[in-house]
Design a protein around this ligand. Structure first.
Ligand SMILES: N[C@@H](CCC(=O)N[C@@H](CSS)C(=O)NCC(=O)O)C(=O)O
Length: 281
């Protein structure tokens, strides 16, 4: 007789498959700082470089991807270098590599305004506290849903501006309840292709684990599908980690090839929650 045996995986909780994700779009109030409430949204210890021109206007994105090898974490530096102030932000800085990243910012003559996190990290200490102590005036940013302390709390639909460029905040819970993805702005004066800083929600050919910090596999599946996979297919995916040497992917590639997020949701849940074994007794 062939028997299917399901063993619970430590990664996921079975009750999670029933939960839903539907971020509430937000409207309009303004904060004094250029974090605004947006209209509803319908390897190496070195760095890689891109400078992206937008199709019009004076804004020009300077972009750097740096890596912290112990936790395999990427930090991203973005700046509007055509703005007179050269305002810059860091996404997911790591305490151990703060000096390296601040040195690049200094060399390039940028003014760091934000140190942002996509979520509360379990594998390393964020560099935001250290940055604030070393660079007065820098504001830390994290999602309100994270329940963590920061100077500014963002929610789904908010907009983080730096010079003439901006990032949209999209709620992508599942790895943790408070995970967000920061997506470069839409519009003729914003960089093309768009860029999505997905934290641990979407990794290249993978996704963040969902077995701690309020995680849920079903929520992760839904949030990635509704908030990341709906972006243009050429949108560049920049995750918070990579363990295999990948640096960047695209929405189109991940829709086609990500083994954890491309199959039917129930099938993915069964794959992640169970080991199917054959019993021939
Ligand atoms: N799989 C990693 C182990 C480190 C790890 O658990 N990373 C987290 C993100 S930091 S909390 C994760 O979600 N990894 C994805 C996964 O599939 O495990 C390794 O290979 O070193």
């Amino acid at each position: 007789m062939i028997q299917l045996r399901f063993l619970k995986s430590p990664l996921l909780s079975s009750s999670n498959i029933l939960s839903n994700f539907s971020p509430k779009p937000r409207t309009g109030t303004l904060l004094p700082h250029p974090v605004t409430k947006f209209k509803p949204l319908s390897q190496m210890d070195s760095y890689s470089t891109t400078t992206t021109s937008s199709s019009s206007s004076s804004s020009k994105l300077l972009f750097r991807q740096t890596f912290e090898k112990e936790s395999s974490t990427y930090t991203y530096l973005l700046a509007d270098v055509n703005h007179p102030d050269k305002p810059a932000l860091l996404i997911d800085p790591v305490d151990k590599t703060v000096d390296r990243d601040l040195n690049v910012i200094k060399e390039l003559g940028l003014k760091l305004v934000y140190a942002m996190n996509t979520h509360v990290h379990a594998d390393h200490v964020t560099g935001t506290g250290l940055i604030k102590s070393k660079v007065p005036g820098v504001k830390s940013i994290i999602s309100k849903a994270s329940g963590s302390k920061a100077d500014l709390h963002v929610e789904h639909g908010d907009k983080v501006s730096f010079g003439d460029l901006f990032l949209e905040v999209r709620a992508t819970p599942g790895h943790t309840l408070g995970c967000v993805t920061y997506v470069s702005g839409e519009g003729p004066d914003q960089p093309q292709p768009r860029m999505a800083f997905t934290g641990d929600a979407l990794l290249i050919r993978g996704c963040g684990r969902t077995d701690f910090q309020g995680g849920s596999s079903s929520q992760l599946y839904k949030s990635v599908h509704s908030q990341i996979f709906t972006l243009p297919k050429d949108t560049l995916i920049y995750p918070a980690h990579d363990y295999k040497g990948f640096t960047v992917s695209t929405v189109g590639e991940e829709i086609q090839y990500n083994p954890r997020l491309t199959k039917d949701e129930v099938l993915v849940w069964l794959m992640l929650n169970s080991f199917i074994s054959m019993d021939y007794s």
